[in-house]
Design a protein around this ligand. Structure first.
Ligand SMILES: *Cc1c(COP(=O)(O)O)cnc(C)c1O
Length: 388
């Protein structure tokens, strides 16, 4: 049998600490390895395969588009991209969409829009972007600068200047930073994903949104992980009474193909003009056709089912032996375990359940349409694995 792990180590850049598993196919919430063993996958490729592996409707939409046109560049109009932009705007009230290929790129566009808006309305010295400590916004040098975790920054200096980090949830500190630094925008995740599935308090979000509005600062919500139904609302900001100026998203939007989107609200809808930004692959028709199949199914009924599954998870894990806290919303759940999280993940894998971690927590991101029975089976395994 081919030793894929050895070949990977020989030829693939060593940037990933992978789980000891080679996956070869999947169906719904089940992933199968090269030995034919099946696993209930509660990771969805990090919140990407929103309707599971090879979802029939998504696959049909992608295959149909593949047979028509796989790429044109943005020099031409293509229908899937335009239809997807329209659906995103209709479902959110945002005005325009820029398409890219990843979460980091979606954030890059958000930051460029905020800086240009501020430069035009207030002056070029208003370039600062305030982000939160413990945040995650991507791996490019600019989105790394936005990411409020120092350990990602070491050895890659200098990063893009103009980013200021304030403690998550500390409104006074944020207000102080806005006073001190000429500010173009505020960028935040309503639930910090990579930071450990930590939700912000509603009051902090409301005050921050009010401050941004009052000072004409561009409020950007990073919905790369939390977006596209993941938290039981289409976008996580919809749990709160706030209206961002910019929403960036990616991960689940394409259902498994690379697609990023930056949604521009009324304030910034016309900021980016010809030549200001662009992408060769962005808005790829095959990715957009798949995304249309995903997004069109995220209606109120479906999102309520996501919230019902959150209730199932909480019922199984809250107060269970070895479980110290359950955080998050919908099907983006963090579990603080008494045992080291790596040990819990390994024990689950041995029992046929794949889980992820975020910082010191177990992170559950199952497909949004995971059947209740499979979820319950997986939760029983997790409960066992958490016991001392
Ligand atoms: C994953 C993630 C990103 C980066 O997305 P990529 O597609 O890996 O570039 C940015 N922000 C948040 C909140 C994320 O979870």
């Amino acid at each position: 049998m081919t030793d894929w792990k050895q070949l990977d180590q020989q030829y693939v850049a060593g940037t990933y600490a992978r789980f000891p598993l080679t996956l070869v196919r999947g169906e719904g919430a089940m992933a199968y390895d090269d030995r034919g063993r099946g696993y209930i996958d509660l990771g969805s490729g990090i919140a990407v395969t929103a309707f599971g592996y090879c979802d029939p409707l998504w696959k049909a939409a992608v295959e149909k588009q593949l047979g028509l046109l796989q790429h044109t560049s943005n020099l031409y109009y293509t229908q899937p991209c335009i239809e997807l932009a329209r659906l995103l705007c209709e479902k959110t009230g945002m005005k325009k969409v820029f398409f890219s290929n990843s979460g980091a790129e979606a954030n890059e566009c958000a930051i460029k829009a905020a800086r240009k808006y501020a430069a035009e309305t207030k002056g070029a010295e208003y370039f600062h972007i305030i982000t939160l400590e413990n945040s995650f916004h991507g791996r490019t040098l600019t989105t790394l600068a936005a990411t409020g975790q120092d350990h990602y920054h070491e050895l890659f200096q200098p990063l893009t200047p103009g980013f200021v980090h304030t403690p998550a949830g500390d409104f006074a500190a944020l207000e102080q930073a806005v006073k001190k630094h000429k500010t173009a925008g505020i960028l935040l995740e309503c639930i910090q994903g990579e930071g450990g599935v930590i939700p912000l308090e509603p009051e902090f979000l409301e005050k921050t949104a009010a401050l941004a509005k009052e000072q004409d600062i561009v409020l950007m919500v990073d919905e790369v992980q939390t977006g596209n139904g993941r938290t039981g609302r289409l976008y996580s900001y919809m749990h709160y009474g706030i209206r961002p100026d910019v929403v960036s998203t990616a991960k689940g939007l394409g259902g498994g193909l690379p697609l990023g989107a930056t949604l521009l609200g009324e304030k910034v809808q016309s900021v980016l003009g010809p030549g200001d930004h662009g992408s060769t692959f962005g808005g790829n028709p095959v990715c957009c056709a798949g995304a249309l199949s995903i997004l069109s199914r995220l209606d109120a009924d479906f999102l309520n089912q996501v919230l019902e599954k959150e209730t199932m998870i909480r019922a199984a894990l809250e107060g269970a032996e070895g479980v110290e806290a359950v955080t998050g919303k919908g099907l983006m759940i963090g579990v603080k375990t008494r045992k080291p999280v790596a040990q819990v993940i390994a024990a689950c894998r041995e029992q046929g359940v794949l889980c992820l971690s975020a910082k010191d927590r177990l992170r559950l991101l199952p497909p949004l349409n995971i059947p209740g029975e499979l979820l319950q089976t997986a939760l029983d395994v997790i409960r066992e694995a958490c016991k001392d």
